[in-house]
Design a protein around this ligand. Structure first.
Ligand SMILES: NC(=O)c1ccc[n+]([C@@H]2O[C@H](COP(=O)([O-])OP(=O)(O)OC[C@H]3O[C@@H](n4cnc5c(N)ncnc54)[C@H](O)[C@@H]3O)[C@@H](O)[C@H]2O)c1
Length: 331
């Protein structure tokens, strides 16, 4: 990563799950990393403080605690430093809660994205933008696996709709201002520090505490789980990609698993049985997310390397060893 040593990097949402792993990886190589994060209360901000603890002592790291929708913060950040790379991860990230608060989701994920793009165009028009999109954009589709060329006109959650809009805003800025950007569609990311609202984290904690887990639907829904280190590899490959100025690329684990199989893998790794309570399928939940990663292979030379069992073992090690279970409990 020698090419990054003279680069200034802005990471929005850099205190969160994916962002903090990205900072871990990039910090030794970049000239400067600025994180803009408002430590939103969607989940316990103490977890985010924990995520960034090691970063705070690095001389080339700077933390701005603020909202991406605030022109004031953005002006200050962009006036102080000319950024070469902007990785936009800040968002309200849950699917189900977006059905209850669609306005908040659109405000942060759409207005916030446009405000950021405005500042990049104004102060750093040569910068490359990486936008965190999601498999949720695919919504209801008959495709057996999701390709970037699929129609994304049928999202089933405001969250999915907000991510499609974010991609469209990147494209519009590319067309009108030649903004260089890549939207990466992440498929269910997991690993150490995973958000506490996500199923793997909730299930592992409940099973470890002998509490029942809630299984929505009949267990046949499918997710293409993607390990955090593979996602970070994909983001770095996208930073280094320079052949075209706008792309949308799937980053998926390549090993789709049913909910039932996900639970039984957890049982194997924990060596404990789950007490499963069945609930109706939740509105907004997709039946399946299965990624076609041909484009990531072709353009980025990217392929996921981590098996679900290995990734899950790493997650459980983190859960059991690195954190006090009481702190991470949000189930
Ligand atoms: N984790 C996944 O499975 C997954 C899948 C697809 C896409 N994504 C996307 O990847 C990105 C990172 O997700 P994550 O799982 O790390 O979530 P996360 O919630 O851990 O991280 C998001 C961070 O953004 C910050 N944030 C929220 N609103 C903000 C605002 N208004 N201003 C500044 N900061 C704000 C939060 O405090 C948090 O630290 C998000 O854009 C998410 O939509 C995640």
């Amino acid at each position: 990563m020698d090419n990054l040593k003279d680069k200034n990097v802005l990471i929005t949402g850099g205190a969160g799950f994916i962002g903090s792993h990205l900072v871990d990886r990039l910090l030794p190589f970049c000239k400067k990393i600025t994180v803009l994060d408002n430590f939103d209360i969607y989940y316990d901000p103490k977890l985010k403080q924990q995520n960034i603890k090691k970063h705070l002592t690095a001389e080339n790291y700077s933390l701005v605690q603020g909202d991406i929708r605030s022109n004031e913060y953005l002006e200050t950040i962009f006036r102080q430093t000319k950024y070469d790379i902007v990785i936009h991860l800040a968002a309200l990230a849950g699917v189900r809660p977006s059905l209850k608060n669609p306005t908040d989701y659109l405000s942060v994920n759409v207005l916030g994205t446009q405000r950021l793009i405005d500042k990049i165009i104004k102060y750093a028009n040569q910068a490359k933008l990486i936008f965190a999109s999601s498999s949720s954009v695919y919504g209801e589709t008959d495709s057996t696996s999701f390709s970037e060329t699929d129609n994304v006109n049928s999202p089933i959650s405001p969250y999915g709709a907000s991510k499609i809009t974010g991609e469209l805003l990147c494209h519009t800025a590319f067309k009108n201002h030649n903004l260089n950007s890549i939207a990466l569609r992440f498929f269910t990311v997991y690993g150490p520090r995973q958000r506490p609202d996500l199923a793997i984290n909730k299930f592992c904690q409940c099973i470890l505490k002998n509490q029942p887990i809630l299984m929505y639907g009949d267990g046949s829904s499918i997710r293409d789980y993607t390990y955090i280190d593979d996602i970070v590899d994909g983001i770095i490959a996208a930073i280094n990609y320079d052949k075209t100025k706008f792309e949308i690329i799937n980053l998926g684990g390549g090993h789709p698993l049913s909910l039932r199989d996900m639970i039984s893998t957890i049982e194997t790794v924990l060596n404990k049985s789950a007490i499963v309570i069945k609930y109706d399928k939740q509105i907004g939940d997709m039946d399946k997310t299965i990624s076609n990663i041909d484009k990531a292979k072709l353009l980025l030379g990217w392929e996921p390397k981590t098996t679900f069992k290995d990734g899950l073992t790493n997650f459980v090690d983190w859960l059991e060893n690195d954190l006090n279970l009481d702190l991470v409990t949000r189930v």
